[in-house]
Design a protein around this ligand. Structure first.
Ligand SMILES: Cc1cc2nc3c(=O)[nH]c(=O)nc-3n(C[C@H](O)[C@H](O)[C@H](O)COP(=O)(O)OP(=O)(O)OC[C@H]3O[C@@H](n4cnc5c(N)ncnc54)[C@H](O)[C@@H]3O)c2cc1C
Length: 422
């Protein structure tokens, strides 16, 4: 039996945070596309999701922000950074940002993603194939002209003018392109859980201690997401210590957990999320490009991984009409995407790594400096706004200059501490 052959304009590998948004934008523009996704259906697992303002903008453009089910989303404005034990260090308030995206939107697992996939299904019913695994690229010389995949175990061939690798940190498209990647696995990962919260739990809390982090985010349905930093690969070891040990650790870090941890009764309420960073020296080739984690996975401290995958998708969708019109999908033409996106992505990767160094630390001097910076930020509206607008995805420049860093550490007064730069 011969291979099934399909022809399209844009073939996308992976229907994750980046690939699904790109497919929907292309469908809305009337550009032919096909997504191959190896999973058998939309993701169902537990995952914490915070839509930062730049992600809200993308969803708004897709026409979906207002359509997210109200019972599954919660707006959060105030984020309190505290020391382990509960002492408040700094409060960041999203209502300082320009309206209407002046909040963080916490959604129940996969809610935004399912809304995107549902809209794609309506707009382009045959545009997403599940149980379809990318197996390799097709080349004409050095130019990519499509891909090989298996669908329901059967081999198939796709011809495309552009192949987009949106297949995550361990990207096979990247590998097939011969793009070497520096894939770093952080020594810390996260245990996440979703639990019932008391009625007064309306503000996010982020507690940092000695090699300890516990993030608590209010979620819809009077619930709370807990993000707890654990050693990479230690989920089974944490489980072996028992739920009671975990409950006690959380209460020690945040005494307010006393009212929440009784709701943690089974490990099925928890999940494990490894963390990694991807760096590559190019994201484009003749006829192909990489978006999202395939190009630039980053530490979750940035709270931007999925948002950046979505913004990549928007950037590609905006450039597509020109590439199609000129019929030019050479690496030289596709570079416009990389030039537009690299500055923000690299800045966020560096910032997240710096946050790892200070926030995750067990070193008392670094912890002292960290707490000092949080306390300065609490008093300094200018620097606080810089940090907030960066996490919100609204800046491409680093939040602090060298002088700002010295001021943030409290070693130099800031004459403009009360001035915000909206
Ligand atoms: C603990 C933790 C917390 C996080 N918190 C946040 C946050 O608060 N905000 C935020 O913005 N981001 C966050 N992220 C990051 C975010 O989850 C990722 O950056 C985002 O999912 C990347 O999207 P993507 O489309 O590039 O890749 P993915 O979402 O990983 O999608 C890749 C897709 O490709 C498919 N695939 C892979 N290989 C193949 C193949 N061979 N054939 C076909 N399909 C294939 C996969 O099945 C998957 O569906 C967090 C990550 C972690 C670990």
């Amino acid at each position: 039996m011969g291979h099934a052959r399909i022809e399209t304009d844009v073939a996308i590998v992976g229907a994750g945070g980046g690939g699904a948004v790109l497919a929907l934008l292309l469908a809305q523009q009337g550009v032919r596309s096909l997504v191959v996704e190896r999973a058998v259906g939309p993701p169902q697992g537990l995952r914490g999701e915070i839509l930062q303002p730049n992600g809200q903008q993308v969803l708004d453009r897709l026409g979906l922000l207002d359509k997210l089910p109200t019972h599954a989303v919660r707006s959060v404005q105030r984020f309190n950074f505290c020391r382990s034990g509960g002492e408040r260090l700094c409060t960041v308030d999203y209502s300082d940002l320009p309206a209407p995206y002046n909040r963080a939107v916490v959604t129940l697992p996969n809610v935004a993603h399912h809304a995107i996939l549902d809209a794609l299904e309506k707009q382009n019913p045959d545009g997403l194939w599940y149980d379809a695994t990318f197996t390799g690229l097709r080349f004409d010389g050095s130019r990519v002209i499509g891909l090989h995949a298996t669908r329901h175990g059967e081999p198939m061939e796709v011809s495309a003018r552009l192949v987009v690798g949106a297949d995550g940190a361990f990207s096979k498209v990247r590998e097939s392109l011969g793009i070497s990647a520096n894939l770093y696995r952080y020594p810390q990962s996260y245990l996440i859980a979703i639990l019932k919260a008391p009625p007064e739990f309306n503000e996010a809390r982020y507690l940092v201690g000695k090699r300890e982090i516990l993030g608590l985010f209010p979620a819809a349905g009077q619930q709370v997401y807990a993000f707890y930093m654990i050693k990479a690969g230690s989920y089974e070891a944490v489980k072996a210590q028992g739920l009671d040990a975990l409950r006690r650790a959380w209460i020690r870090i945040d005494p307010a957990m006393e009212g929440i941890v009784p709701g943690l009764v089974d490990w099925s309420q928890t999940g494990y999320m490894p963390t990694g960073r991807v760096r590559t020296d190019r994201w484009v080739a003749d006829g192909a490009l990489l978006i999202g984690d395939a190009a630039h996975a980053m530490n979750p401290h940035a709270s931007q991984g999925r948002m950046q995958a979505m913004v990549d998708a928007v950037t590609v969708a905006d450039l597509i009409p020109r590439w199609l019109k000129e019929n030019d999908f050479s690496a030289k033409a596709l570079r416009a995407f990389e030039i537009a996106r690299r500055p923000q992505v690299m800045m966020l990767q560096r910032l997240a790594d710096e946050q790892c160094r200070f926030w995750n630390t067990g070193n008392p001097l670094l912890a002292y400096l960290r707490d000092r910076v949080f306390r300065t930020l609490d008093r300094n509206a200018r620097l606080r706004y810089r940090v907030l607008s960066t996490t919100a995805g609204l800046r491409s420049q680093p939040p602090f200059s060298l002088v700002d860093r010295i001021m943030a550490a409290g070693f130099l007064p800031d004459p403009n501490a009360r001035v915000t730069e909206c």
